[in-house]
Design a protein around this ligand. Structure first.
Ligand code: C2E
Ligand code: MG
Ligand code: MG
Length: 560
C-alpha cells in the first residue's frame, strides 16, 4: 500500500469517475501529495486494481457510471481477498446514497461539487491513516499465510469470548497435521502452504455460524475456541474432502484433541495444553483421529510417569513380588499338579499392590520390561529350586516372557546361567509368549523361539484367540502348548458360539499336535465342559488364585 519515492512517502490514489471534468478537478487537487491513477468506469477500476491493488492506498469512487456502477465495484472489492482491505471514499451528490454506501462498507464520502479542497484532502489523508493503522494491527494479530489469528491474539480474543459470553459452554480444540514436515519435503513448501491454507479455510467454514475463533502456530498446529460441539467428525470430514479436492493422491492424517466444556477457572493456555495432551495420545494411532481430554487421561499419564521413575527403586527394594498359580493336568480321573506359573505384582509405596496390566505396556514401550523380566525369572527359578529341595517338588515353572527378550541374543545364556546356578535345566522352565507377540515380525520371532526350543525350553503360546494370528502363520509356529485365552473360558458355559469356537481351537491344536491349556477356569461347569472338549491342562481360581511363595508352599503341602 505504501510507495516510497525516495524522500517522502507518496501514496497511490485511484480516482474512478466517468466525467472528465470531475476527474481533472480531483486530480489537480491531489497530485502534489499523491500518485494518481484514473479509471472511467467500474470495469476499468477493477482491472486497474487487479494490476496495482497492492499499491493503492485509497479508491475515490463515483457511484453513477456506465458499464459498472460504484455499488457493484464496492461489492466486487469486498468479495476479493486482495482488495477487501483498500478503503473506498464515495464521490456523491445524493444525500441518501451516503448512508447506503457507508452501509455497504465504504469508509467515507466526499460531496460533489468539490467546493472545499482542504476538507477533501483532510478526509482522504485521515482515511488512509486509519486504514494503515488497521492494516498494521491486523498483520500483527494474524498469521500471514492463513489469515487466522496468531497464538497471542488468539488467546486474547478467546478470553474476550469468555468475558462477553460467561455462560457459554466452550471447547478448546487443537488440530495437528501428522508428519507435516514430510508434506513439505515430498511435495515442496508451496504445496505445504496450500495444504495449511486449505485446512485453515475448512476450519473457518466449520466455525462460521457458531461462536468461535481459530488460530495457527508452529506451522501445523491450529487452535479453535468454539461453543461446545457434541462431535468434531464434521470437521475432520470437511478437511478430508477439501484436501482430497487439492490432491487425490495426498494422504494427510489430522489429529484433533478436544478439551470439551472447558473449566473457566483454568488459564486459557492451560486449557489448550490439555487439548494438546489429548491430541498427543493419538500419535501413531491410525484408528482414531479425535481424542477427548478428561482428568483421568492426565492422571493416567502421571501414573505412568511414576511407574517409569519408580521402577529402579522398586527393583532395588524388592517391591516386586512374584505370585504362583498351579497348573493341572486334567486328562486323568483326578487333576494332577503339572506346573506352576509365576506372575509379577508391584507392591508400590503409593499405589499399593498393582497388577501387571497397569505397568507392563509402559515398560514394554521403553524397554524397561527387560529388567523386570530378568528379576521375576531369576526369583521364580530360585523359588523352584528351593521347592525342589524343600518339598520334593518336581514340576516345571512357567514364566511370562515379553517379546523384547526374544530379540536379546544373551537371553538364552541368562536363562541357562540362572538355571544351572540352582542346579536346574531348561526342562524345568516353560516360556509363555503371548499370541500377539507372534503376530508381528513373525520370521525373526520364529527364529528366536526355534533357538530356545533347540536348547530344551518348552514354549506355550499364551492367550491364544486374543491376538490376530492368521491360521496359516499360526500352524507353522514352533510351540509346545497352546494356551487358550481366558476370555473364551469365561463364557463357555453360557454361550454356545464360544463353546463351538473352543471346539474349533481344540481341532487346530490337534492339527498342530500340541495340547491345550485353558486359563482362567473358575467354575465347575467350565471345568467339565473344557475337560469334555479335551483340554489337557487347566489353571484358574477354580483351583486357587495366584499366591505368594509362602502361601503357595502351604497350599502344596495341604494338597499332598
Ligand atoms: P497371563 O499369563 O495370561 O496370566 C493370566 C492372568 O489371569 C493373570 O493375571 C492371573 O493372575 C489371572 N488369573 C489366573 N486365574 C484366573 C481366574 O480364574 N480368573 C481370573 N479372572 N483371572 C485369573 P495377571 O497376573 O494380572 O497377569 C496378566 C498378564 O500379565 C499375564 O497374562 C501375563 O501376560 C502378564 N504377566 C504377568 N506377569 C508377568 C511377568 O513377570 N512378565 C511379563 N512379561 N508378563 C507378565
Ligand atoms: Mg501366562
Ligand atoms: Mg494367559
Amino acid at each position: 500500500m505504501i510507495f516510497n519515492d525516495g524522500e517522502s512517502v507518496k501514496r497511490f490514489v485511484l480516482i474512478v469517475e466517468d466525467e472528465l471534468i470531475n476527474r481533472e478537478i480531483l486530480g489537480a487537487m491531489l497530485e502534489d501529495n499523491y500518485h494518481i491513477l484514473y479509471a472511467v468506469n467500474g470495469v476499468e477500476a477493477l482491472e486497474t486494481l487487479k494490476e496495482n491493488g497492492s499499491m493503492v492506498s485509497v479508491v475515490l469512487l463515483d457511484l453513477m457510471m456506465p458499464e459498472m456502477n460504484g455499488f457493484e465495484v464496492i461489492e466486487a472489492m469486498k468479495q476479493d481477498g486482495q482488495l477487501r482491505h483498500i478503503p473506498i471514499i464515495v464521490l456523491t451528490s445524493e444525500e441518501d446514497a451516503e448512508v447506503k454506501t457507508l452501509n455497504l462498507g465504504a469508509s467515507d464520502f466526499i460531496k460533489k461539487p468539490y467546493n472545499y479542497p482542504d476538507v477533501i484532502k483532510a478526509r482522504i489523508a485521515r482515511t488512509i491513516e486509519f486504514s494503515e493503522d488497521r492494516y498494521f494491527i491486523e498483520s500483527n494479530e494474524r498469521d500471514q499465510l492463513t489469515g487466522l489469528y496468531n497464538k497471542t491474539f488468539f488467546y486474547k480474543y478467546a478470553e474476550m469470548i469468555d468475558k462477553y459470553h460467561p455462560d457459554l459452554r466452550t471447547d478448546a480444540v487443537i488440530l495437528n497435521v501428522e508428519h507435516f514436515h514430510l508434506v513439505n519435503e515430498i511435495y515442496g513448501r508451496s504445496f505445504g502452504d496450500r495444504v495449511l491454507v486449505t485446512i485453515a479455510d475448512s476450519i473457518r467454514e466449520f466455525i462460521s455460524g457458531s461462536e468461535g475463533l481459530a488460530g495457527r502456530s508452529e506451522a501445523d498446529s491450529f487452535f479453535i475456541y468454539i461453543s461446545h460441539n457434541a462431535s468434531y467428525d464434521g470437521l475432520t470430514e470437511l478437511i478430508r474432502t477439501r484436501l482430497a479436492d487439492l490432491s487425490r493422491t495426498l494422504h494427510i492424517r489430522i489429529r484433533i484433541g478436544v478439551y470439551p466444556k472447558v473449566e473457566h477457572e483454568l488459564p486459557m493456555e492451560e486449557r489448550f495444553s490439555d487439548a494438546r495432551f489429548a491430541c498427543n495420545t493419538l500419535r501413531g494411532n491410525y484408528l482414531r483421529s479425535i481424542a477427548y481430554y478428561d482428568m483421568s487421561l492426565r492422571e493416567h499419564s502421571i501414573f505412568e510417569e511414576h511407574m517409569i521413575s519408580d521402577i529402579h527403586e522398586g527393583l532395588e527394594k524388592e517391591q516386586f513380588i512374584v505370585v504362583y498359580q498351579p497348573k493341572y493336568d486334567v486328562s486323568g480321573s483326578d487333576p494332577l499338579l503339572c506346573g506352576i506359573e509365576a506372575y509379577v505384582r508391584w507392591n508400590h509405596p503409593t499405589y499399593g499392590m498393582i497388577r501387571p496390566k497397569s505397568f507392563l505396556s509402559v515398560f514394554e514401550q521403553n524397554g524397561l520390561i527387560h529388567l523386570l523380566d530378568h528379576y521375576v525369572i531369576g526369583k521364580a527359578i530360585r523359588q523352584l529350586a528351593a521347592w525342589h529341595k524343600e518339598i520334593n517338588l518336581s514340576v516345571p515353572m512357567s514364566v511370562n516372557i515379553s517379546r523384547i527378550n526374544l530379540y536379546d541374543s544373551d537371553f538364552a545364556d541368562f536363562l541357562r546361567g540362572n538355571l544351572s546356578e540352582c542346579g536346574l535345566t531348561s526342562a524345568d522352565l516353560i516360556l509363555e509368549i503371548t499370541e500377539s507377540a507372534y503376530s508381528s515380525d513373525t520370521r525373526q520371532l520364529i527364529d528366536a523361539v526355534e533357538r530356545l526350543r533347540r536348547i530344551g525350553f518348552k514354549i506355550e503360546m499364551d492367550d491364544f484367540g486374543s491376538g490376530y494370528s492368521s491360521l496359516t502363520s499360526l500352524t507353522s509356529m514352533p510351540i509346545d502348548v497352546l494356551g487358550l485365552d481366558a476370555g473364551f473360558v469365561t463364557s463357555i458355559h453360557e454361550d454356545d458360539k464360544i463353546h463351538r469356537l473352543v471346539n474349533l481351537i481344540k481341532d487346530i491344536a490337534d492339527y498342530m499336535g500340541v495340547p491345550v491349556n485353558a486359563e482362567g477356569v473358575e467354575l465347575a461347569t467350565q471345568y467339565d465342559l473344557l475337560k469334555e472338549i479335551g483340554c489337557r491342562y487347566m489353571q484358574g481360581y477354580y483351583f486357587t488364585k495366584p499366591l505368594p511363595a509362602d502361601e503357595f508352599r502351604i497350599y502344596l503341602e495341604d494338597m499332598c
